[in-house]
Design a protein around this ligand. Sequence first.
Ligand code: PLP
Length: 289
Amino acid sequence: MIYLNGEFMPIEDAKISILDRGFIFGDGVYEVVPVYSRRPFRLAEHLARLQASLDAISLANPLGDAKWSELVAKVIAGNPWEDQTVYLQLTRGVAKRDHAFPKGLKPTVFLMASELVTPSAELMKSGAKAIVLPDFRWLRCDIKSTSLLGNCMLRTLAAEAGCAEAILVREGEMTEASASNVFVVKNGTVLAPPKSQLILPGITYDVVLEILRGNAIPHQVRPVKEAELRSAEEIWVTSSSREVLPITTLDGKPVGQGERAGKPGPVGLKVHALYQQFKARVMRAPAHA
Ligand code: PLP
């Protein structure tokens, strides 16, 4: 069951105009909220990031947070899975094709859910493969825009190389991955690139930083050089669906050195375990957190 412009319906019945600016220009923004045991995780943060994306593209939010929360709850209730991802999308609406933003349109509002599949125990044991690619996307990657052609091209190149992710580098520095943020461990310290217009401010990224701070795990938020990525002891990608996933092969070479090379490292495994505990604690709390 999905929600489209005021109505709940089966996905097969949902129709939009071919003149919707989301279809014509990718003129829209979105969010993906993980749901555990039918409770959304960090919904307030996802709605705040949605608002930031809307502000960045000068699109007024047609709904308040209470209404968004109600719609999310209804979509969760209308779908069969205990663990879901709820996808929210807003586009500027329907208008004659013209690049400049038309005023006064009614935005298209769409929500759907799918089953949340987090990395299997097997994948967590082996870790995943990634390749390094030049970040050829635009300069506003902080906006969670539905215009994802660059990300799709990069992820396809990764998939064609048998990899789960493309880790991106711009002007000699690591930015993020095609659909996740990236952390590396260098000389025992976790490094994370600072938030900027060149990366999406990940909700999972924030949770991981809270975990690092709360557990006194040495870390620095600072630019990460491509050379540091390539010589890292550990690499992890983070996102709402991948959580904290170790990358154990980079450009066909094992990540790390010595007998740990090519295996998930101790810091990432610890953070992954702490992330699971964090989630379980939040989900047990009486109110949505
Ligand atoms: N960076 C990009 C480009 C993404 O598409 C995503 C998530 O889909 C992320 C980072 C991670 O964000 P989050 O942790 O909020 O899922």
